[in-house]
Ligand binder design. Sequence first.
Ligand SMILES: [Zn+2]
Length: 698
Amino acid sequence: MQSRWNDADAAAVVARLGGQWGEDLALRVYTSCLIGADKDLVLHGGGNTSVKTEVRDILGAPEEMICVKGSGCDLASIEPHGLPALRLSGLRRLAALETLTDDDLINQLRTHQFDASAPNPSVETLMHAFLPDRFVDHTHADASLVFGNRPEGMAELTDVLGAEVGVLPWIMPGLALARAVAQYRDKNPTSIGLVLHGHGVCSWGPDARTSYERHIQIVHVIERAIAARLDQRQTILSLAAAPEQEPPRVARNVAPILRCLLAASTTDPLRPQRPLVLEWRPTREALAAAASSEARALFNSAPLTPDHVIRTKGPYVVADAAEEELADAVTEFTSRYVDYFDRCSAGQDPLPRMLDPFPRVALVRGAGLLAWGKTKKDACIAADIAEHTIRGKAQAHALSSYQGLDDAALFEMEYWGPELAKLGASREPPLAGQVALVTGAAGAIGVAVTRRLLDGGAHVLVTDLEGEAFERSLLGLEEIYGERVHGVAMDVRSEDSVHDAFDECVLRFGGLDVAVANAGIAHVAPMTELTVEDWERVQRVNETGVFLTFREAARVMKQQRLGGRLVLNASKNVPAPGADFVAYSASKAGAVQVARVAALELARHGILVNIVHPDGVFTDAQSGTSSGLWDTVGEDRMRSRGLTPEGLRAHYQSRNLLNIAVTADHVAEAVAFFAEGRTPTTGAALTVDGGLKETFYR
Ligand SMILES: [Zn+2]
């Protein structure tokens, strides 16, 4: 590892931030970003940095502050407001205490903040505050964990690092660790840093560059020691066997099975399980790890550092792709977890509430790494940590043998209040963890439905015909919803295309809970003039397309065994057909019959099938998407009625009882009602037409 310090870059950051925030904080931002850029040092909000500086209070009086990384802030992209200031003297007084409860620690950190609106400071703030040095850098560097997490690791580290760098045993973060680090520093005035067993590296210095470069130097020395000891030795990851089957094929089959196995039970009979979302990575190393005969023992062990437990749990599931073996592996994992909880929580008062006992990472032979989380983002964090863990444990194993911390240390960290707080509020939106697929998603209603499902917390695979309209609408959604939305070109007329899109949905998110058949086209012609080509063209999209969409959705849902919801966007035309519109009306009526039969057949699998009947939706106001269907047939529909095309919208509004313009958002709301499955309703239809007596319930 080399220093990334660059004088010109440092000067540029000082020029940008120094005026408002001062040079110290500007350089603190600069070297924090350098650390954040190194994934072998920190991952996803891990690690923390600080600087002690002077700030003027509201009366202009100087006060000594420590600016320390905010909890959850990412070092790679940190700005000054991500390093909240705390009154140093108030924190240092706490060093006199022998113990400090979680609640007191959090309260002390909050009440000593200078700016009440600043983010919460890192839970490791006391370690920074107790050290006398102006700059402190702390990471969970991979190298320190690889080298240190072996039976002889810490003893060897002392030899490798020399007198300037200390080595401390595992101590739980918080007051105890902060005091131990400060005591070491006090007794070793010439020291430059510390390696903390099972945790990481801490360095200090009088200025930003010194503290940062000492950190890099410590990590570099350990990395060199690892390389020298590994020499030409191979790790289990070097032995990549050629997979027997294509990894996507294996993962496509395994993901829905695992998704069911890892779903926690709920008390809601309409949605008895709460599934997770997948991040699948068929990397060469993951495939090799999963195929290794030594993998089971190696990856079924404690994590590199307890900090990973809240993201990945401790051990990983390692299994072959056969369903029975996956089920056995998950059962074994959960019973071990319950046992671990019972053992480690025994005698605690109050007894903590057990977190869900399911694994977050699985290494499956032929498929690679499958990581799971409540959201795609959580799953990606788990996958990133797992990639580093696989590499790290394989190296430690090749050096001698991997040895993580004991269960008591893991448990203390996993159930530590400040750590649990990082996982965020427990109140979840109604579609949290749910995966939906929407067809015709580039159209006005499709965009609104997609947006509504995303707002409800779902992850959505949007599909439509390839083209500029689809690209544009996808881009707009990705900007707002990030990794929770993914687009795939799909033609509902093609069996292969539909099949491939659902496969993509499973590989992307792990499975499927909701499918919305929304794609539709129309054609205006009196029956005597309608050609067979036009008739079949409309049928192919509106009826065959719905059949293919629902058939594929039901196949995935049945395999996944978590129930599901299918929603058809039909039309007011079904209960109230229009003249010169036979291809559309008949095809939509056919689609409704597909949905009704699906409701009959799929109920026993917990799959609810329902229908919405909108009328006259011309645009999606929010995205400015106009309805392709109405753009095509709007004028002809008016002429069929002997009216002028200009009066199209007014006509549709004035003909309903509420005299209201039906919007794409109204339809999306109706779709969401069925997608959320709030009532035990299947085979039903909901009109969204402003009230038309022809469509009244009968
Ligand atoms: Zn730490």
